[in-house]
Design a protein around this ligand. Structure first.
Ligand code: SF4
Length: 121
């Protein structure tokens, strides 16, 4: 199932406004909750720097100005007090073939490299 279809399904469940308020960390956690282990949005997300930002600021893979927007998203993550928890969370459940957007301060390619390093260690 494509990410767009999954997001459309989630929007039906939580509503567009609710999803946009979650930010990327919350969106990932919500998807995880819906698709995998049924856990709710983790408590650390309350302190996330992206909590009140729209998830579109972090999921910019195909935008014409994607590189600038990725750098802007990474700046938000650099100042985030829960970055370690966010990155650990996404690395724990994200499928290597399905990495999208900036999460935990890393792009999909950077998370894939981290995944490979973790697997080697
Ligand atoms: S590290 Fe980035 S994506 Fe994760 S919660 Fe913080 S701001 Fe959001």
């Amino acid at each position: 199932m494509s990410t767009d279809r999954v997001l459309a399904r989630v929007r039906k469940v939580v509503g567009t406004a609710g999803l946009e308020r979650l930010g990327p960390g919350g969106t990932r956690s919500t998807l995880r909750a819906l698709l995998f282990d049924g856990a709710g949005v983790p408590a650390w997300h309350q302190a996330a720097a992206c909590r009140d930002l729209g998830s579109e600021a972090f999921f910019v893979d195909s935008a014409p100005d994607a590189n600038l927007r990725v750098q802007a998203a990474k700046r938000v993550c650099r100042g985030c007090p829960v970055r370690t928890a966010c990155l650990a969370d996404v690395m724990a459940w994200e499928r290597p073939s399905r990495r999208y957007g900036v999460v935990g301060g890393l792009s999909p390619v950077e998370r894939q490299r981290l995944h490979l390093r973790m697997r080697e260690a």
